[in-house]
Design a protein around this ligand. Structure first.
Ligand code: DAK
Length: 257
């Protein structure tokens, strides 16, 4: 398959996709997103591949969604085209995907890295979600994945105040797996991917799926369960006793009922 905006290669047992729109800072336009997903799907189906790496260039991973492509779009066109729904498909891949990031990972580029299973960063990597500065918000998972990765306080600052993280800060806050010199980041990611590819494939797939389930869906499940538990407690005698005791300014007498 010949692509225009990504390069693909299999090295050892690792499928590599390189984002390749350097003239546009690897901005994620419609074509690039489709080609990226097509290439990843092909690697996911290929038994010779055990893990995948997405990378960009040394100076830029990706500068986000293509602002020039988006600028004239109507809300309806954005929703109908939904180019960034590609990120949902990325999550559904069975084999682990590592982002090898050097230079800027901004906006949708940062969200792309966040959608991968691990991130290897070069010392020059920089992470940010500047969407608010152009009047939108992260729309490809950033508001949901970033707080889970770095915590609410820092996520608020990054998304609302356009605070950008250096590679070392990203490591310190748990956004990336490791930081290595620029000359090594791709090799480091490839070694990590090769190590994954050498392990029991079904166990690796299951491990990836389950870790992502804990990370992505259990919060929603947990919140729903928490609410159900709260309402169940509302039916108990002790709940009534506790609230009544508060109002009557006395100590409650618990019955365990
Ligand atoms: N889109 C289009 N073109 C871009 C671009 C982008 N995101 N970023 C850079 N370019 C282009 C520049 O316009 C310039 O083009 P020419 O002028 O040469 O034609 C060329 O790439 C080189 O850029 P610079 O001259 O700016 O290069 P510098 O080295 O000075 O700066 C930079 C590099 C990456 C710091 C800077 O270019 C920059 O700040 N870029 C914009 C970063 C940004 O704001 N990214 C957030 C984009 S918004 C959605 C889900 C998600 C999203 C949207 C919708 N839905 C589900 C609906 C996501 C939104 C975003 O990501």
């Amino acid at each position: 398959m010949i692509y225009e905006t990504v390069l693909t290669e299999i090295r050892g047992r690792v499928g590599i996709v390189t984002l390749n729109r350097p003239q546009a800072m690897n901005a994620l336009d419609h074509r690039l997103l489709n080609e990226l997903m097509d290439a990843l799907n092909a690697f996911d189906q290929n038994d010779a591949v055990g893990a995948m790496v997405i990378t960009g260039g040394e100076k830029i991973f990706a500068a986000g969604a293509d602002i020039k492509e988006m600028a004239e779009k109507t809300p309806q066109q954005m929703m109908n085209g939904d180019p960034l729904a590609v990120f949902d498909k990325l999550r559904a891949l069975g084999k682990p995907v590592i982002a090898a990031v050097s230079g800027w990972a901004l906006g949708g580029g940062c969200e792309l890295a966040l959608s991968c299973d691990m991130i290897v960063a070069s010392e020059s990597a920089r992470f940010g979600l500047p969407e608010v500065t152009i009047g939108v918000i992260p729309g490809a998972g950033g508001t949901q994945r970033l707080p889970r990765a770095v915590g609410k306080a820092l996520a608020m600052e990054m998304i609302i105040n356009d605070r950008r993280l250096t590679a070392q800060e990203a490591l310190q806050h748990g956004l990336v797996n490791r930081v290595v010199p620029v000359s090594d980041y791709l090799n480091e990611a490839l070694e990590l991917a090769e190590d994954i590819a050498s392990r029991a494939p079904l166990a690796v797939r299951a491990a990836k799926r389950m870790i992502n389930a804990s990370y992505e869906s259990l919060l929603a499940d947990g919140l729903a369960e928490e609410r159900r538990a709260f309402y169940r407690l509302f039916e108990t005698e002790d709940r009534k006793e506790g609230m009544t005791a508060f109002v009557e300014k006395r100590k409650p007498e618990w019955k365990g009922k």
